[in-house]
Ligand binder design. Structure first.
Ligand code: KG4
Ligand code: ZN
Length: 363
């Protein structure tokens, strides 16, 4: 590959309930440009089940992906022959969907004799801020989505150190479960945030999980259970109760998150010096109250808070394409037998925290 030419990468994302493809360009100076970014969110397909159904998601990816790749290529005004590489999220995620995306990428790579890059979905979230703004390493990532809740030191491409993780539910998952138990629709995060805005956060004395602990781990299932207990005690719930329960839950999440992140930033400092920024990603980063809490944490730690635009915070193809471009620049390409992975640690040295009890969170 010639060094002075920009890199053009097609990225495919199918690890959960978004079917997405995008084309991204990376200049030699490290700057990036999104040429197309097509996302189909399968919310409609899953809403009546109150959550993502893996088999339905995989089937929908099969039906949708070819058309979405086609759209992404047309929107970008490019052809397969112009691509420097094709990248797909090869995990962690729901295995049926991962197989669909990775197999499609392999087929394109094979037919067009283009390098394949099997991207770790979490790595793609971790590198996204370098696409949306010029950010140098190292920085601290807070990733909070429906499947993951982690604090990660992003030291370089392929160099990630996990500083904290959830020992049970992911944060978005906890929002979704609380919404479900209160009769609010899926996905629950925005619904809980909306209901919380009119509620009294002090009506219920919910626990603040992990507060004051020396590690930077999270726990959300005890808090969720406390909400469930109050909800069944009060049933049938009035609108006021739902608002107050949501406000109480969200306030507890905020306080716990602020505490966990300040510990995470302290651990970062000890190991890597001052972070260039605190970066937030994942669907939960859309929550305005959480953004406010993160702003305070960053200010106290004398660093800058960066939150990529919402379309790049939630799952999308551009983040996969960008991670592919970053890896290709370093010559990191994959063979055709690259496996799809339901679980795939970003930090190969990380171990499950004490009390770890979730198979989905990918610790
Ligand atoms: O990153 P994402 O789009 O998909 C993955 O899970 O990978 O994140 C979706 C999660 C859902 O659990 C959703 O309820 C949560 O992010 N979420 C929110 C908000 N918007 C989305 N959680 C809290 N407040 C929000 N405003
Ligand atoms: Zn994600």
């Amino acid at each position: 590959m010639e060094n002075d030419k920009p890199i053009l990468v097609l990225g495919i994302e199918t690890t959960c309930d978004e079917t997405a493809a995008a084309v991204v360009e990376r200049q030699r100076d490290g700057s990036g440009r999104i040429l197309s970014n097509v996302v189909h969110s399968q919310t409609e397909e899953h809403v009546r089940f109150g959550g993502v159904v893996p088999e339905i998601a995989a089937r929908a990816h099969v039906d949708l992906l070819d058309g979405i790749v086609d759209r992404a290529m047309k929107d970008a005004g490019t052809g397969f022959a112009q691509l420097s590489a094709v990248a797909a999220a090869a995990g962690p995620g729901l295995i049926g969907g991962v197989i669909v995306g990775l197999t499609t990428a392999k087929a394109i790579a094979m037919v067009h004799d283009t390098p394949l890059i099997a991207v770790n979905h979490l790595e793609a979230h971790a590198l996204t801020p370098r696409l949306s703004c010029a950010l140098a390493f190292p920085y601290c990532l807070f990733l909070a989505s429906g499947g993951h809740t982690q604090i990660v030191a992003v030291v370089g491409v392929g160099q990630y150190v996990r500083l904290g993780t959830t020992v049970d539910d992911a944060m978005g998952e906890a929002f979704d479960k609380v919404a479900k138990m209160l009769g609010l629709p899926y996905p629950g995060g925005p619904e809980v945030e909306r209901a919380a805005s009119g509620g009294d956060p002090a009506r219920f004395a919910f626990p603040r999980p992990m507060l004051g602990r020396a590690d930077a781990n999270f726990s959300l299932s005890g808090l969720k259970t406390a909400v469930r207990y109050e909800a069944s005690r009060l049933a049938p719930l009035q609108a006021r109760d739902v608002s107050d329960l949501c406000a109480g839950f969200q306030a507890a999440v905020l306080e716990s998150t602020a505490d966990r992140l300040s510990v995470g930033l302290k651990l970062f400092h000890e190991q890597f010096g001052a972070p260039r920024a605190l970066v937030a990603a994942g669907g939960v980063a859309a929550n305005q109250a959480i953004r406010g809490a993160l702003q305070d944490v960053a200010a106290k730690a004398e660093t800058t808070l960066i939150i990529p635009p919402p379309a790049l915070c939630t799952d999308n193809g551009a983040m996969i394409a960008w991670a592919g471009a970053e890896r290709l620049t370093l010559g990191l390409v994959d063979a055709m037998d690259a496996p799809p992975r339901a679980r795939w640690l970003l930090d190969a040295n990380a171990t499950a925290p004490a009390g770890f009890a979730n198979t989905r969170a990918g610790f």
